[in-house]
Design a protein around this ligand. Structure first.
Ligand SMILES: Nc1ncnc2c1ncn2[C@@H]1O[C@H](COP(=O)(O)OP(=O)(O)OP(=O)(O)O)[C@@H](O)[C@H]1O
Length: 277
C-alpha cells in the first residue's frame, strides 16, 4: 500500500532541480515523504546525497522548483527537524559532557537560559537512557569512542521528537553492533513515533529491513521507488550508463560491477531526468 496516498506528506518537492555550475545533480524531482516513512537516499560519491539533505535543512537553495516541510517553505533551525550529521569525532578537550551535548538538542537555541532546569534534566536523562548512554552521562565527549559519540548525536537529534529526522550516513565508522543499535533507534522514531526519516547512506543493507522507499541518485539522474523496484540490474545499469549486476540474496542486495566510487555524469543529464515509479 502506498503510504504517500494515505497521509499528508511532511516533505514535498515539486519540479526540484539542483545544479552546481554545469553539473546537474538532479532535475524534475517530484517527491512526497509521509510521516512514519523510512526514506533512504543512495548514490555514489558526489551524486548529491548531502546536498539533498541541505535543501531540506534550508542550507541549500534549489535552482528551480519548490520544497516544503509540513506545507511551509523550509527554514533554517526548524525545531520540527532533527539532524544527525556525518560523524566527525570531537576533539579530546571539547568542554562538553555527554549530557550537555544532548541538552543542546532540547535547548540549544537558549543555551545558558533554561539549561539545567529540572524539566530539561529529566528529558536529558530519558534520552540518554533511550540510546543506552546513561553510564557515560558525565564523561567529556572527547573521551568517548566514535560509537558512543554517535549515540549521543542520535539522542540530541531526537530531543524535540522531530516530525522529520535527517540522517547523513549515521552508521559510518560504527561497528556492526553499534550500527544495529543506532539504526534500530532511528527505525523506532520512524515507525513507532511517526517521524519521517530521510537516511543518507552508501549501503542499503544495514537498514534494508526498515526502508520503505529509496531515492537513488547517480549521473545527474534519479529513481524513486521501493528497494525492490529500484535495486535491480536494469534500473542501476540505466542510472550508471554501464552494466551493473544486482543480485538479491537472503533479503540483501549485492551490487556487482559499479563503474567506480565516483558518480558518472551523463552528457545528456540536462534532458534525461529520472523517472518516478
Ligand atoms: N556549494 C557548492 N558549490 C559547488 N559545488 C558543490 C557545492 N556543494 C556540493 N557541491 C558539489 O556537488 C556534488 C555533490 O556533493 P554532495 O556532497 O551532495 O555529494 P554526496 O552524494 O553527499 O557525496 P559523498 O557520498 O561523497 O558524501 C559534489 O561534486 C560537490 O563537489
Amino acid at each position: 500500500m502506498d503510504r504517500g496516498q494515505l497521509l499528508t506528506p511532511v516533505v514535498s518537492l515539486r519540479e526540484a532541480s539542483l545544479q552546481f555550475g554545469k553539473r546537474t545533480l538532479w532535475k524534475g524531482l517530484d517527491l512526497d515523504i509521509s510521516p512514519g516513512e523510512f526514506f533512504a537516499v543512495l548514490g555514489p560519491n558526489g551524486s548529491g546525497k548531502t546536498s539533498f539533505l541541505k535543501v531540506l535543512l534550508g542550507l541549500q537553495e534549489l535552482q528551480s522548483g519548490t520544497v516544503t516541510l509540513g506545507g511551509r517553505p523550509v527554514e533554517r533551525g526548524s525545531r520540527t527537524i532533527g539532524y544527525i550529521p556525518q560523524q566527525k569525532s570531537f576533539a579530546a578537550d571539547t568542554p562538553l559532557r555527554a549530557r550537555d551535548l544532548v541538552a543542546l538538542g532540547i535547548d540549544g537555541h537558549r543555551w545558558g537560559v533554561r539549561l539545567g532546569s529540572g524539566k530539561v534534566n529529566r528529558r536529558v536523562d530519558e534520552l540518554l537512557e533511550l540510546v543506552g548512554a546513561s553510564d557515560y552521562a558525565k564523561v567529556p565527549v572527547g573521551q568517548l569512542s566514535g560509537g558512543e559519540q554517535q549515540r549521543l548525536r542520535v539522542a540530541q537529534a531526537l530531543a524535540t521528537d522531530p516530525a522529520v529526522l535527517l540522517c547523513d550516513e549515521p552508521l559510518l565508522s560504527l561497528d556492526l553492533n553499534h550500527q544495529q543499535g543506532v539504526s534500530a533507534l532511528i527505525n523506532e522514531q520512524c515507525h513507532k513515533r511517526n517521524s519521517a526519516v530521510v537516511f543518507v547512506t552508501h549501503e542499503i543493507n544495514p537498514v534494508i529491513d526498515y526502508v520503505d522507499r529509496v531515492l537513488y541518485l547517480a549521473g545527474g539522474r534519479f529513481r524513486v521507488g521501493t528497494p525492490q523496484e529500484v535495486m535491480t540490474t536494469d534500473v542501476l545499469s540505466d542510472l550508471y550508463n554501464s552494466h551493473v549486476e544486482v543480485i538479491q540474496t537472503n533479503g540483501r542486495f549485492v551490487v556487482v560491477g559499479l563503474p567506480d566510487a565516483t558518480t558518472h555524469f551523463h552528457d545528456d543529464a540536462h534532458t534525461a531526468a529520472g523517472e518516478e515509479f
